[in-house]
Design a protein around this ligand. Sequence first.
Ligand code: ADP
Ligand code: ZN
Length: 210
Amino acid sequence: MNLIFLGPPGAGKGTHAQRLMNELGIPQISTGDALRQAVKNGTELGKAAKAYMEAGDLVPDELVIGIVEERLKADDCRKGYILDGFPRTVKQAEALSGFADIDVALNLSLADEVIIKRLSGRRVCLKCGGTYHVSTLNGREDCANCGEKLVQRKDDSPETIQNRLNVYAVQTAPLIDYYQQKGLLKTVECQPEATVEENYQRVREALGIA
Ligand code: ADP
Ligand code: ZN
């Protein structure tokens, strides 16, 4: 199954994509994680992407399209993959259609006020991509999955969160119509009061996983 996860920042794309990766044995491909790694390693890509990311703006299409095109050529993508955070513009979606056959675009939706709460308390692991919220960490500072020290992303500051929501509304939300018109869209309304497990079950149902 070749999947795209659409949705605003903080809707749970990364969290559910990781669970699905473990359950289906197909890779989660996160352009955000790839870019953060590049910034951390100080590569040319990282240097080019850093300022955009810190401001909460999108990195130019040319920089991300190449990452994904290369990644999808790897052997582990043959049984399927989950694109998490790509495409994010209509131009990226059009480029993707030239080198990938998408089965489902899953749209995770969530109200803005919930997003702001989630992102401002978010802590991440830069090593394995794990995501946590301070409210459930009980003071723990390392990743339960790999032991790396957790950090707060620079773009999870209040001003930047607002910009990311605007960027999402203007540049990414049009993809909902784009994939609707192609007949590939499925939507899951995330329930902020529900547990991650409960929301994940809704994702599975939408994808028709028994
Ligand atoms: P979130 O979904 O939490 O906003 P991501 O980890 O997916 O975060 O992305 C973080 C940042 O990386 C984005 O704000 C943007 O600057 C950059 N980025 C990630 N994916 C893309 C993409 N497909 N196109 C352009 N920029 C991207
Ligand atoms: Zn980790």
